[in-house]
Each structure stands twice: as structure tokens, then as C-alpha cells.
Design a protein around this ligand. Structure first.
Ligand SMILES: [Cu+2]
Length: 309
């Protein structure tokens, strides 16, 4: 892997460290890149989706905001992972990246109406099963006040009440450091899973993608992490689906609060240096590596250079 030191230095100064979810972890086994996650056709897969100063002309108002640009064209060749309802799985970042931007992380699911996830574009209903927002209001809102800051992936439970069937699982992180100029950055992709078991729950809230977010929401367009108070940020969160309760199972809207105080134990311990360096240790997710994706040069080439940008 070749790095150009001058380029790296310049990027570190600009604060760009981008990322995308490429690996699925099931039963403690880490997949190879894009084995179960639909690969985007972007030349640089880790670039964010924004409303302004876009890459590849993609915005959160487009249909490809579901699972990233062009990824449906790869659905048929993407495998489907079998997961028992109630199991905890994870989606990990490409190239051992870590989340280097401040903002919330969430996971949504959507069931394939036909029963075949490889034919499903994600135009049906989505529901939210996991959410991490502010973990510690006393920390820096531009970095580690956010639970997801420094994470190398998201680990979450498929609710035990999830009905059997094939689903898209969409992990998303939103960088809010540019929200003051309508440049919130969305990082996301979708895994294909087959849920087994006898769950009979019914999610209480449903969303459409696109449509779930818009740039009239202050959280994405107007909020200023360097100026606003934590209380103001929390109010902005509550004005979006990111502030909605997650569905943890049940058929009558049983859910848990996502208030900032509840999740503080999950805060990763990070330092400023992590922001600009690929993570080499202390993953937040227990990982048993079974496939060495880093030696697969075709995948790396397809996705562009490592997650620097
Ligand atoms: Cu960025």
C-alpha cells in the first residue's frame, strides 16, 4: 500500500477521514469486504453523500441513498447471511477505518416483500433497530461527545421479535461537522441477511428512504457544532428520525429511549490521533478474522484507495 506523505499531511489538516461499512460480522466471524454488503459502484466507495458539494451527484434525496450509489446492480452477486432473530451482529468499516467525524450512528432494516433480498431495491418500509447519539455532553461536541466517534463499526442486536424473512440492514453514520453550511456527510451501506426464528413483532415506526431526512432539518443544515450547546444539539436530534425511539421488539411499539445519558457506557475511548489514522488495535467489536480482505487487491482497487480522501 503506497501513501504519499505530503498528501496525507494535507488531508490530516483538512480533517477528512472517510469510511464505509464493508464487512459483516456474524457469530464472531468477520466476512470479507462486500461479501454480504452491497458494494457501491463509486470510484471511491468511502466518499460521503451530501446535499451540497456532492460526489457523483448523489444526495440524500435520491433513491440510491438507500444503499449507496449503484449498489443495487451488485445485489445479485452479494451473498445473504443467515442470522437468528435475537442475535448480535456487526457491520465493520472498510480498510480498518474508524469513524473520524462527530455525529450520530444508526441502523435500519427493511424486509423484502417478495422474500428475495437480491431482488429488493429497498423502496418499502424501513424501521430503526439501533441508535447512538451523544454519550457525554461534557466532552467535545466536535469529537468524542458522540458515542460513535472512534468506532470501527457498529455492533447491534437483531430484535428477537423480528419476523423471519430476508432483510436489508442499513448502517449509517452522519458527520455533522459541516452542517452549518448544509454539508452533513452521510456514510452508509446495506447488508443482505436472512432472519430465522419465529418472531412475530411489528415495528412501531416506519420510514421511506429517501424521504427519511431532508435539508430543512436543522441537524443537517444549520446546526453548528462549534457554536451550539449540547442541549440545542439534542433538540435538533429530536426533530429528526434520529431522535425517534428504536424498535427493540414487540408489536405494540415497545421501545427504549435514546436519550444521551442511557448509552454512556458504550462510549469508545479515543484520542485525537485516532481521527487521522487507520485503527490498528482496540477494535470496539470482538473480531475473529476468517478471511483476509486486505490481500484482495481487486476489492481495494474497485473501491479506490484506502479510506483517505
Ligand atoms: Cu468528511
Amino acid at each position: 500500500m503506497k501513501y504519499l506523505p505530503l498528501v496525507i499531511a494535507a488531508l490530516a489538516q483538512s480533517g477528512s477521514a472517510h469510511y464505509i461499512f464493508s464487512k459483516l460480522v456474524v457469530n464472531g466471524e468477520e466476512s470479507s469486504d462486500w461479501q454480504y454488503i452491497r458494494e457501491t459502484t463509486r470510484s471511491e466507495c468511502y466518499m460521503p453523500t451530501k446535499w451540497t458539494n456532492t460526489f457523483d451527484n448523489l444526495t440524500p434525496s435520491d433513491s440510491d441513498f438507500r444503499c449507496n450509489l449503484g449498489s443495487f446492480s451488485n445485489a445479485a452477486k452479494t451473498e445473504v447471511a443467515e442470522v437468528a432473530a435475537g442475535d448480535t451482529i456487526a457491520m465493520k468499516l472498510f480498510y480498518d477505518g474508524t469513524i473520524g467525524h462527530p455525529g450520530p450512528g444508526q441502523v435500519y432494516m427493511s424486509k423484502a416483500p417478495s422474500g428475495n433480498i437480491q431482488e429488493y431495491e429497498g423502496d418499502g418500509d424501513w424501521f430503526k433497530i439501533w441508535e447512538k447519539t451523544l454519550c457525554d455532553d461534557n466532552k467535545d461536541l466536535t469529537t468524542d461527545a458522540w458515542c460513535a466517534y472512534g468506532m470501527s463499526g457498529f455492533e447491534f442486536q437483531i430484535p428477537a421479535a423480528t419476523p423471519a424473512g430476508e432483510y436489508l440492514v442499513r448502517a449509517e453514520h452522519v458527520g455533522l461537522h459541516g452542517a452549518q453550511s448544509n454539508e452533513a456527510e452521510f456514510f452508509y451501506s446495506c447488508a443482505q441477511i436472512k432472519v430465522t426464528g419465529s418472531g412475530s413483532g411489528s415495528p412501531s415506526l416506519a420510514y421511506k428512504i429517501p424521504g427519511i431526512y431532508n435539508d430543512s432539518m436543522t441537524l443537517f443544515n444549520g446546526l453548528n457544532l462549534w457554536m451550539d450547546s449540547a442541549d440545542a444539539v439534542e433538540l435538533d436530534i429530536l426533530d429528526t428520525p434520529i431522535g425517534d425511539d428504536v424498535w427493540v421488539g414487540g408489536s405494540s411499539g415497545v421501545s427504549v429511549s435514546v436519550s444521551s445519558s442511557v448509552v454512556s457506557s458504550a462510549a469508545p475511548s479515543t484520542t485525537a490521533a485516532v481521527h487521522f489514522q487507520p485503527q490498528t488495535s482496540s477494535s470496539v467489536i470482538p473480531v475473529t478474522t476468517t478471511a483476509s480482505s486486505s490481500t484482495d487487491t481487486s476489492q481495494t482497487d474497485q473501491c479506490g484507495a484506502p479510506y483517505w480522501s
